[in-house]
Design a protein around this ligand. Structure first.
Ligand SMILES: [Ca+2]
Ligand SMILES: [Ca+2]
Length: 727
């Protein structure tokens, strides 16, 4: 052991009155933090706190401030020893004495529910999240579809709420519906004793995400579910006017005692202090560990722009049992669709050069890592995120607080080499990596799959400079639509809602405006591999501007450019996209260039899918979709030197003009628009597509057009991703 390197020790069988040595370790991370704080060598010598294996149940979040910081030469590190052996729990273990209730349901008395006000919304049995008693029952077979039921329809405005809340008369533009009609044919036949305890989880009408409400009352006569608090979990709620939720909004309702009827379901009776649980067959209650989340956050790095918490690292921990946050406060960080809860199991605000490395965020209740407002040089790397309630990693600044010398946004941070899958258990408008009001964020070498919405999402152009590279993303947007594995918006100060969403089919248009004031530096998207069955692929939605997109391989999806300007799309490969490359609602004179790309469409490869997404081009072998070009040109600075092919045998583009004219263009007609004058309809001659080698052969016509082969297979996790977190 390096003599100049200070080591402190923590063990579950230690004692906080100990000196924290190897022989006499502390018992808590909190005590170790206090010892580090007091060390005169702090910032001069590297300090490592070695935490020995076991579960550390926190009574309150661990907070690290400027006074707990290291220095660039001598950081303070908290390390699980060995790696992966330590769980930092935001909950507590229950002492359950189970006895039978009825129908296989077991019960146990929890005195602390009445004596201490213990309350929880999740239950973990042997480390696995169980199911709060619900209707319909959970069914994993088709995520977002199975385990839900359809409503009867939205609530008409003139339906009078028999017990309005004191502020229900306050109306405002981002308000939420007051309730929902249920369909007696499909709704539960059971009668609920305490419907006001129930929580509804329901998809927004356009399936851009979901919303939750506390149920206020059930009216069986009028077939109405009245909503109480909730509906704040999305920014864009009004996709299908007039209702955020309508007859197409699938939902389930949880926390209902009478619906406890399936293995894995549980219910806590707060009044009696009794926990009920129907154990699955493979659970032996004699030997189980039962844990419940209490804290929403486990670790907080808290400083300021002038006095940051800095040079602190967490390495090798499993984070578990943090409380769900979907009924907490959500804010709308930008003009994009999102609302977000500014919290996370690890929360950073006013931090600099801190690292979260090699950690597993195991079924945490809300966001896993939230990098809020001013932060710089934060790295989240080598981590695994599974079954998170909301997003995995969020970098979100504050427009309200960013002004003058107030730099209240994440800057030069990274989420790299992370394994992210099956996230968004509660929230569906979530992402693997979410970036909003931030600058120069790198998302690289992540492997993401089985996500309800995008893998990586950028909410508006402020302030660009991000690098999205070498990610391998597949099976995203499983529960939502109109999106892709990568999604971005550019609803900054010049973006025009009127052109975008109401006038775009009329004879009106204008230019994109001074988009580079907000989207200051280009966002680089390169060397990613996206494999999907549906969706837009690279979805540059609503004005997303200033992008350089090259050397990406997209199989099953392609790309979309909607409004915006200054996008250069070159040297990418799109194979059998659910959508053909789409130029969607154009701004005049928009400086977009689309050159030297390869598009291959196969009708033979078409798979009819149940699909939430718009499918345009699929099944027709169309090479492009062009929708609502500007009423006055020019549009698209250059589309040329592309190689495209389809087994239909000839070029076709689907064109929808503003005047409502829809038809297929031949190559000659397409060229009459000034596009693809030098491009070739020809087989690009991939080397070995069956094995994801989409380089082209030396005699490929694409090479003659300037396409250059790029490396294959270097996407996703790198070799130093921790072996213990590999699936
Ligand atoms: Ca049930
Ligand atoms: Ca979109």
């Amino acid at each position: 052991m390096d003599r100049s390197h200070i080591h402190l020790f923590v063990a579950t069988d230690g004692d906080d009155i100990n000196p924290g040595t190897e022989q006499r370790p502390f018992a808590s991370l909190r005590r170790a933090r206090e010892a580090v704080r007091a060390l005169s060598e702090r910032g001069k010598e590297p300090i490592t706190v070695l935490v020995r294996g076991g579960t550390y149940y926190l009574r309150e979040p661990l907070v690290f401030g400027p006074e707990d910081s290291g220095s660039p030469e001598a950081s303070v590190r908290y390390v699980s020893s060995p790696q992966g052996s330590v769980t930092i729990s935001g909950g507590r273990k229950l002492d359950c004495r189970w006895r039978p209730f009825r129908d296989g349901i077991m019960m146990c008395e929890l005195a602390e529910v009445r004596t201490e006000g213990l309350s929880f919304t999740q239950l973990f049995v042997n480390g696995k999240r169980q199911i709060r008693a619900r209707y319909p029952n959970y069914d994993p077979s088709e995520p977002g579809v199975s385990g839900y039921t359809d409503p009867g329809g939205p609530l008409p405005d003139d339906d009078r709420d028999p017990s309005p809340g004191p502020n229900d008369d306050m109306t405002f533009s981002s308000g939420a519906p007051r309730g929902l009609r249920f369909d007696p044919a499909t709704f539960t036949k059971k009668r609920w004793a305490t419907p006001e305890e129930a929580v509804i989880h329901i998809y927004q009408s356009a399936y851009w995400g979901n919303l939750q409400w506390q149920v206020k009352a059930l009216d069986h006569g009028r077939r109405i579910i009245w909503f109480g608090r909730g509906g704040q979990q999305m920014g864009a709620k009004w996709a299908r006017r007039p209702c955020a939720v309508n007859e197409g909004s699938r939902f389930y309702i949880e926390n209902v005692f009478e619906e406890l009827d399936a293995p894995g379901e549980w219910y806590l009776d707060h009044r009696k202090g009794i926990l009920y649980y129907l154990p699955p067959e493979d659970v032996d209650l004699e030997t189980t560990t039962v844990e419940v989340p209490l804290l929403q956050q486990a670790v907080r790095f808290l400083g300021t722009q002038d006095e940051p918490a800095h040079d602190i690292a967490f390495s090798g921990f499993r984070f578990a049992h943090t409380a769900s946050t979907f009924l907490e406060e959500y804010s709308v960080p930008s003009l994009s669709d999102w609302a977000i809860h500014r919290g996370g199991t690890v929360f950073l605000q006013g931090a600099r050069d801190c690292r979260i490395e090699n950690c597993w965020f195991d079924a945490v209740g809300g966001n896993a890592v939230f990098v809020n407002n001013h932060n710089r040089g934060i790295a989240v790397t080598g981590c695994k995120f599974t079954e998170t309630g909301d997003s995995a990693v969020c970098f979100v600044g504050s427009l309200e607080l960013t002004n003058g010398t107030q730099r209240s946004f994440p800057y030069e941070c990274q989420a790299t080499n992370n394994l992210i899958h099956d996230c968004g258990v509660f929230g569906k408008q979530i992402a693997g990596v979410y970036i909003s009001r931030a600058k120069r964020i790198t998302a690289g070498h992540n492997l993401m799959y089985n996500m309800p919405r995008a893998g990586i999402c950028i909410g508006d152009g402020t302030w660009g400079g991000h690098v999205i590279e070498y990610n391998h993303i597949h099976d995203t947007c499983r529960e939502t639509g109109d999106h892709g594995p990568f999604n971005a918006w550019g609803r900054d100060k010049y973006w025009c809602l009127v052109q975008s969403h109401t006038e775009y089919l009329k004879d009106r248009s204008h230019y994109a405006g001074e988009v580079l004031i907000d989207a200051m530096e280009p966002v680089i998207v390169r060397h990613n591999f996206f494999q999907e069955r549906a969706g837009w692929g690279l979805d540059l939605d609503d004005g997303a501007s200033n992008y350089d997109i090259y050397n990406n391989l997209c199989v099953g999806v392609s790309m979309k450019l909607r409004e915006g300007a200054y996008r250069t799309i070159y040297n990418n490969i799109w194979v059998n996209g659910a959508n053909s490359p789409c130029f969607h609602v154009g701004n005049e004179d928009n400086h977009d260039r689309y050159v030297r790309n390869i598009t291959v469409m196969s009708v033979a490869g078409m798979r009819p899918e149940h699909d939430l997404n718009f499918e345009m081009g699929r099944g027709y072998g169309e090479i492009y979709t062009l929708i609502a070009p500007p009423a006055r040109g020019p549009w698209l600075e250059e589309i040329d030197y592309n190689c495209f092919h389809s087994d239909v045998g000839e070029f076709a583009a689907r064109v929808e003009l503003r005047q409502g004219e829809r038809r297929r263009y031949s190559l000659e007609e397409w060229r009459a628009l000034g596009f693809d004058l030098h491009s070739a309809f020809a087989d690009p001659m991939f080397v070995d597509p069956e094995n994801n080698d989409y380089r082209v052969r030396p005699d490929s016509p694409a090479l003659k057009l300037g396409f250059e082969n790029f490396e294959m297979g270097n996407w996703g996790l790198t070799d130093d991703f921790p072996e213990l977190w590999q699936d």
